[in-house]
Design a protein around this ligand. Structure first.
Ligand SMILES: [Zn+2]
Ligand SMILES: [Zn+2]
Length: 258
């Protein structure tokens, strides 16, 4: 059976499977079923990457000795891809971009670094590199669940218009990822690697009430993100227009002058 690059596929023509069948009754961590239900509700489907996000968050927080979901803003999660994986991390850890407890460093990798902002300890968590070759041993029921589905197409158990998780079809390997990733012990699933941040967590979090005005574009700059250079205090885009993620198409009062 070929391995899927995304680990996130199903056969739209295969037999229907509801969310309940995708939540393992014998998970490696007792917090997992509830976390996955909340993730699936928010996300409109359950998929392997959400499970990995939840598992990596649980393993990393355990290594740091911080209970999940956090009730405060002690834990900072730096996720290395957006999408399904980051939702699993967010719901499980209670770390959110909107609360400034999650940042996305989009390397396109399924990995998260959890930072204890009380002291700065940090661990980078990733699935073990050969996990897909071993997950099948933890999901003997996947084939029956998939009931003849093939490993093609995009995989999800989507919500209906009414907001319920609707039944949908899954493929065997996709089902094996969803179920097996819930059951594999941490030491078979996750690499928890201590890391040293190259950026001070205090600088990442910065000062939410800090304000500056860019001397070039005139826009307000929050959170201490202003840059001080030869041209004075400016936003990051005006300080380095060539490195900015966009280029203005017309000059105007809110565009770069450079
Ligand atoms: Zn997904
Ligand atoms: Zn500017």
């Amino acid at each position: 059976m070929s391995q899927l690059a995304a680990g996130d596929r199903r056969d739209p023509a295969a037999a229907p499977v509801g969310l309940d069948a995708l939540i393992a009754r014998d998970p490696a961590h007792p917090a997992l079923p509830e976390a996955l239900r909340r993730s699936a509700e928010r996300h409109a489907h359950l998929c392997p990457r959400q499970v990995l996000g939840a598992r990596l968050a649980l393993a990393g927080a355990a290594a740091l000795g911080i209970p999940l979901p956090q009730a405060d803003k002690r834990l900072l999660a730096v996720v290395e891809s957006d999408g399904c994986f980051s939702d699993g991390v967010a719901v499980t850890a209670n770390c959110w971009v909107g609360r400034r407890t999650m940042r996305v460093e989009d390397y396109g990798r399924v990995a998260v670094t959890l930072v204890d902002t009380h002291g700065g300890a940090a661990v980078r968590c990733r699935p073990q590199l050969d996990v897909r070759t071993r997950v099948g041993a933890w999901a003997a029921d996947a084939a029956a669940l998939a009931a003849g589905g093939r490993d093609t197409g995009r995989g999800m158990a989507p919500t209906s218009a009414a907001g319920d998780i609707a039944a949908d079809a899954v493929a065997p390997r996709w089902a094996a990822y969803v179920l097996g990733y819930q059951r594999m012990p941490d030491d078979e699933l996750v690499d928890v690697l201590p890391v040293t941040l190259t950026i001070d967590p205090a600088a990442i979090i910065s000062h939410p009430d800090r304000r500056a005005v860019c001397a070039v574009c005139g826009e307000e700059v929050s959170n201490g993100r202003e840059v001080v250079g030869p041209a004075g205090t400016s936003c990051a885009a005006c300080a380095d227009p060539a490195g900015a993620y966009y280029r203005p198409r017309e000059r105007g009062p809110s565009n770069h002058n450079a």
